[in-house]
Design a protein around this ligand. Structure first.
Ligand SMILES: [Zn+2]
Length: 388
């Protein structure tokens, strides 16, 4: 049952999917532990694992644990063979491509950036083709064991069909990206919204592992949120869920590009911060880096802009905690390069506005290197291999 490169799922039965997913996301597990965890018989686990071992996706580690007190036979835990297959992930932004090659455990093996001179679909696809070629044919020799490419794009994306319905930063409407990228690269392609891709990486390979529900909030140009409820990524009946950036937190606040007023993004998005910092400093050419530097040097006016932004984000996060009740919330994004300026205010806004016991929800606040977005895209393609 070798899968055709890139076309079919790796696992042929639900039991095999469950076994492989558990070992992939939780690390080495013995057959006995797997049987108990998944509610399967030991025989069913052994049967499910055998073809995966034969294909080289799982391997048996040296026996380290006994099956139980007095049981003579030591158990050999099953582990994922990380270099059995590689996956390319590419994040498409308005001015650059960020690409990575990940192994089966979503560890980044190599990464590259490419500037984009324009956002025309044909130009972007040609550059994706060159970037993928360079990543796969460079040192590392990943080409032979790579069949899948994940793409991450901001905006409204239909993962099932690979259609980008609308991406405001790229000015794309109804682009059949999966088909076009597949013919440009010869790989099987998945396309996902960038925040959802990042959430998938966190759910399978990060802080979301084992959590029934969690939320990932991203801070940067936009303020986004991926939600996992009952182990599933929430898409929303209208394709809109977790739009934390457009929760209104100040009825008298600034107008938002969405048409609303006082949205989190209108106060805490990168553009909003720059605009407020320019107003405060009277310097029309001030950049976000200038604003960060001034605030770190103790400029009170600019510091207040970051405090207001962090507070708005915290109130938005509290709304998520109050409504959904996730087990934990991860706050990340390129905007958190200025993490030190935001963090206390995010926490203060959250703690003030979270209702009752929701305040116990752990917030993990950390910066996000841009490669992580591309890794998220690769994680979606790994997920597709396991359970398409
Ligand atoms: Zn808005």
């Amino acid at each position: 049952m070798f899968p055709e490169p890139g076309t079919s799922s790796l696992t042929a039965t639900p039991a095999a999917t469950a076994v492989f997913t558990a070992v992939l996301t939780e690390g080495p597990l013995s057959r006995v532990t797997l049987a108990r965890r998944l509610g399967l018989s030991s025989a069913a686990v052994t049967k499910a694992a055998r073809p995966l071992i034969e294909m080289g996706y799982l391997r048996e580690l040296a026996a380290t644990e006994r099956t139980g007190p007095g049981a003579g036979r030591p158990a050999s835990p099953l582990a994922v063979q990380a270099d059995r297959e590689f996956f390319v992930g590419v994040k498409i932004t308005a001015d650059e491509l960020i690409g990575v090659v990940c192994d089966l455990c979503a560890e980044v093996r190599t990464a590259a950036h490419r500037p984009l001179s324009g956002t025309g679909v044909g130009d972007v696809l040609a550059e994706i083709g060159r970037l993928v070629g360079d990543l796969l044919d460079g040192p590392g020799g990943y080409r032979d064991r790579t069949h899948r490419l994940g793409l991450a794009v901001s905006g409204d994306v239909d993962r099932t069909t690979g259609l980008v319905r609308y991406s405001p930063f790229l000015h794309w409407r109804d682009v059949p990206l999966r088909e076009r990228a597949a013919s440009a690269t010869g790989l099987a392609v998945t396309v996902e919204n960038d925040v959802k891709a990042l959430t998938t990486a966190e759910q399978w390979f990060g802080e979301g592992v084992g959590a029934e529900s969690f939320a990932l909030v991203t801070v940067g140009t936009g303020i986004g949120c991926g939600l996992v409820v009952n182990g599933r990524l929430v898409s929303g009946s209208y394709g809109v869920a977790g739009e934390i950036g457009h929760i209104g937190v100040d009825a008298d606040g600034p107008e938002c590009h969405c048409g609303g007023r006082g949205c989190v993004e209108a106060i805490a998005g990168t553009e909003a911060i720059v605009r407020q910092a320019r107003d405060r400093s009277g310097r029309p050419d001030l950049t976000i880096d200038d604003a960060v530097a001034l605030a770190r040097r103790g400029d009170e006016g600019i510091g207040a802009v970051f405090a207001r932004a962090g507070n708005a984000i915290g109130i938005g996060i509290a709304a998520v905690a109050n409504l959904v009740g996730p087990a934990r919330i991860v706050v990340s994004g390129e905007g958190l390069a200025a993490y030190d300026l935001f963090e206390p205010h995010i926490r203060a806004g959250f703690e003030r506005q979270a209702f009752g016991a929701a305040v116990q929800c752990p917030l993990s606040i950390r910066p996000l290197p841009f490669e992580e977005w591309a890794r998220g895209a690769a994680a979606v393609s790994i997920q597709t291999l396991v359970a398409s």
